[in-house]
Design a protein around this ligand. Structure first.
Ligand SMILES: NC(=O)c1ccc[n+]([C@@H]2O[C@H](COP(=O)([O-])OP(=O)(O)OC[C@H]3O[C@@H](n4cnc5c(N)ncnc54)[C@H](OP(=O)(O)O)[C@@H]3O)[C@@H](O)[C@H]2O)c1
Length: 270
């Protein structure tokens, strides 16, 4: 069995998310020269691969499927049938080769029910988020998969370089992907709004963003480290008759929590 550093990693589709994954893995010490990518436009791909330290840009997806130990399916969901199905034979059968899908809306059963991948393919379906590029991301991973125990260990180690790996049941993949994949946009809105308020009170814009981001990062890290209920953390900073509870009351008055829940619901009901 190859070590993580010896593994050949291929990306079928090398856009925003695959680029973020490759960046995170290279930052963790994996070699660009052990990575391979195909995409829709070869010229653009070559340039991007060159800039990322010499990832191999390939024209033929079949070559990528043959050479890679781990293949990320990272094209848009509407391209999967056309791009991945012709590779099905090459991706199946080899006990060492495994496939990680990051495509939104594609779970394990769907690949086989729609005859995109063949029985015998070692497949794990995931949903990552963009902070993987700085090794602070999340991979929500589906409990149902066809990796061997050893492959699962390898994948967990590899993906842990990029952040957290959280396994969930198939039926929870949609909501989990929404929270982790779309959530950053909601957090961005919160951070921008808070920085706007800071600027309104004279704090320079750059300092405002630095303060808000560091506050958000530190608070999230505290929750993860302590395991405390967020409500308890909120209670701890709200002294009776104090300032913070007035801000909390103002947020409640403006439907803050309901707005956040409605955002997730809007995506789930799409
Ligand atoms: N972005 C996110 O935050 C996020 C989060 C979770 C999951 N995902 C999933 O990640 C996947 C990729 O999303 P993305 O945001 O990275 O999209 P993207 O930036 O549009 O990248 C898509 C890639 O697929 C390539 N492609 C198009 N046609 C192809 C073909 N026929 N053969 C090979 N490659 C082809 C594109 O190449 P050209 O640009 O050269 O056409 C591009 O490199 C999606 O399935 C999405 O659901 C994304």
């Amino acid at each position: 069995m190859k070590t993580i550093n010896e593994l050949k990693i291929g990306y079928i589709g090398f856009g925003n998310m695959a680029g973020a994954i490759a960046r995170g893995l290279i930052q963790s010490g994996l070699k660009a020269e052990n990575m391979y990518a195909v995409s829709g436009h070869f010229d653009r791909l070559s340039e991007k691969c060159e800039k990322m330290g010499g990832i191999h840009a390939l024209e033929d997806p079949m070559e990528l499927a043959a050479v890679s130990d781990i293949v990320f399916i990272s094209v848009k969901p509407n391209k999967i049938r056309d791009v991945v199905k012709p590779l099905a034979e090459a991706l199946a059968g080899d006990t060492e080769k495994l496939v990680i899908s990051i495509a939104w809306g594609y779970n394990f059963d769907r690949y086989f029910e729609e005859d995109i991948l063949k029985d015998g393919t070692h497949l794990l379906c995931t949903c990552p988020n963009t902070p993987v590029s700085i090794n602070k991301g999340i991979f929500v991973a589906e409990n149902k998969h066809s990796l061997t125990e050893m492959q699962l260990e390898t994948v967990e180690e590899l993906l842990s370089y990029l952040g957290r790996v959280i396994f969930v049941e198939t039926k929870l993949m949609g909501a989990s992907g929404t929270v982790c994949g779309c959530g950053p946009a909601f957090a961005d809105l919160f951070m921008e709004a808070m920085a706007d308020a800071a600027v309104m009170y004279g704090i320079p814009r750059k300092t405002a963003y630095e303060m808000v981001s560091a506050m958000t990062e530190g608070n999230a890290a505290l929750q993860l480290a302590s395991g405390k209920h967020p409500g308890e953390m909120k209670d701890e900073v709200c002294s009776p008759g104090g300032s913070t509870i007035r801000g909390v009351a103002a947020l409640e008055e403006h439907g803050f929590r309901a707005a956040v829940i409605a955002a997730i619901k809007a995506i789930q009901e799409k």
